[in-house]
Design a protein around this ligand. Structure first.
Ligand SMILES: C[S@@+](CC[C@H](N)C(=O)[O-])C[C@H]1O[C@@H](n2cnc3c(N)ncnc32)[C@H](O)[C@@H]1O
Ligand code: SF4
Length: 418
């Protein structure tokens, strides 16, 4: 185990992305889509449009297209959601996130069309007590009208990307740089219009990101006082960039941000990327249920990922098709589907949950139908003896020492391919 761990800590590929290599799942590829027979489910809706493309971004997105194409996108999206809903009317909805891309760069009418449709659907659907829909935005694509529209349709959480306040970096990466005044104005408008939770995304591990940059980002957070903050370690799996900061450097940056956010009164355990002034783990109910509770999710829109108890699928566009090609099909159906064995479903859960700095023995047991402490005895003995993890109330957490190599720790629970 020690040898394997030593080998894994040298890999740049290991973070919370799974599978580690896309080809790892080729043998599980299926001609049919995955089925959803479960009672509880979350929805994710992908809006793949942005005003400009940030060079560091690893998500599937297109420059905001001309009006007819955007209209068509929303039309197809609504049809796809309706079709799925018609076949799964008995499901209890535990989360609903609209992400991207940048959902709020939609024209007002299109955003309204989508939100009105969803509000109507929700009025006919069973929703869980913790249901808390959320939408992603940027400070450039929102105005008071859109904020009102979002709040009136039951979305009380908006997540804004800030990433960094380093103007040079933003410029180099084709991302506009909002002024502090603009951000303050948007947060005030959110508050005045009934948005209860604003989340701000910050990134670390970026090229040339210095302690001063991190300090400046924290200063901005201390002024804006969002209810939640999410940290994103810069990932290059999809971008295929070779220069990558060392694990030690990433740990240092995370540790600094963790300490500062804690000082500002945000709650979050060490190793967790999400922070909140409340006891809600800093997450929307979609992410919370997807990550922590292993609830299945259905993704709508180009490139969206879905996960059910039997596998994972990706909608068209994931492989790089153009917007026009995807729209021509008349449905953003599945492009790639994988019916997975328990060992792979477990690995996917461990990777997703690892983002929150933890994974649960009970959920592991539910997936593999075996006691994880017995099945992974060697792994647990090694990690506990080296004080890389600790187990509290049936939940495995990284220790500070362990968090430096969190990707390598998670990987010990993945099926071995070497
Ligand atoms: C869907 S994206 C962006 C939402 C919105 N369009 C924005 O730019 O703020 C959600 C978050 O992913 C993070 N992100 C984007 N590219 C990333 C990368 N290469 N590695 C890690 N996080 C990334 C950013 O923090 C971003 O706010
Ligand atoms: S970070 Fe946000 S705005 Fe930038 S390209 Fe990615 S999704 Fe679009």
């Amino acid at each position: 185990m020690k040898e394997l761990f030593e080998k894994r800590i040298k890999s740049d590929k290991l973070n919370t992305s799974y599978p580690v290599d896309k080809e790892d799942w080729s043998r599980y590829r299926s001609e049919r889509d995955i089925k959803f027979n479960e009672k509880e489910i979350c929805y994710y809706i992908h809006i793949p449009f942005c005003m400009s493309k940030c060079k560091f971004c690893e998500y599937v997105k297109y420059i905001k297209p001309k009006r007819e194409l955007e209209d068509k996108y929303i039309e197809i999206l609504i049809k796809d959601i309706q079709d799925f809903y018609n076949n799964h009317k008995d499901c209890i909805l535990k989360g609903l996130d609209i992400g991207g891309g940048t959902p709020t760069c939609l024209e007002y009418d299109n955003l309204k069309k989508l939100l009105d449709f969803l509000a109507n659907l929700l009025s006919k659907t069973s929703i869980s007590a913790d249901f808390e829909p959320s939408i992603e935005s940027t400070f450039f694509t929102i105005d008071e009208e859109k904020i009102k529209l979002i709040a009136q349709n039951g979305f009380k959480r908006i997540s804004f990307g800030l990433q960094t306040v380093n103007k040079k970096f933003l410029k180099k990466n084709s991302r506009p740089n909002p002024t502090l005044e603009r951000m303050k104005q948007v947060l005030l408008q959110c508050k005045e219009n009934g948005i209860e939770k604003v989340n701000i995304d910050l990134m670390y591990g970026l090229e040339n990101q210095s302690r001063n940059d991190l300090e400046a980002a924290i200063k901005t957070i201390s002024i804006l006082k969002p209810q939640q903050v999410t940290l994103y370690e810069f990932r290059t799996n999809i971008l295929k960039i070779s220069e990558y900061k060392s694990k030690k450097q990433l740990f240092k940056e995370y540790y600094y941000l963790f300490k500062q956010l804690t000082k500002l009164g945000y709650k979050g355990i060490f190793g967790q990327n999400t922070f909140s002034i409340y006891d809600d783990l800093g997450l929307s109910s979609y992410i919370r249920n997807r990550m922590i509770n292993n609830i299945s999710y259905k993704g709508f829109g180009i490139s969206a990922q879905s996960k059910s108890k039997e596998g994972i699928s990706y909608n068209i566009g994931k492989g790089g098709a153009s917007l026009e090609e995807c729209l021509e099909k008349g449905s953003f159906g599945v492009e790639d589907s994988y019916i997975l064995p328990k060992s792979e479903m477990l690995a996917k859960y461990i990777a997703i949950s690892g983002y929150c700095g933890r994974f649960s023995l009970r959920i592991m047991q539910d997936i593999i139908n075996q006691n994880p402490l017995e099945l992974f005895k060697e792994q647990f003995d090694f990690l506990l003896s080296k004080k890389l993890i600790e187990i509290k109330d049936g939940v495995v957490f990284f220790t500070r020492k362990g968090f430096v190599h969190y990707g390598a720790i998670l990987s010990l629970f993945y099926p071995t391919r070497e």
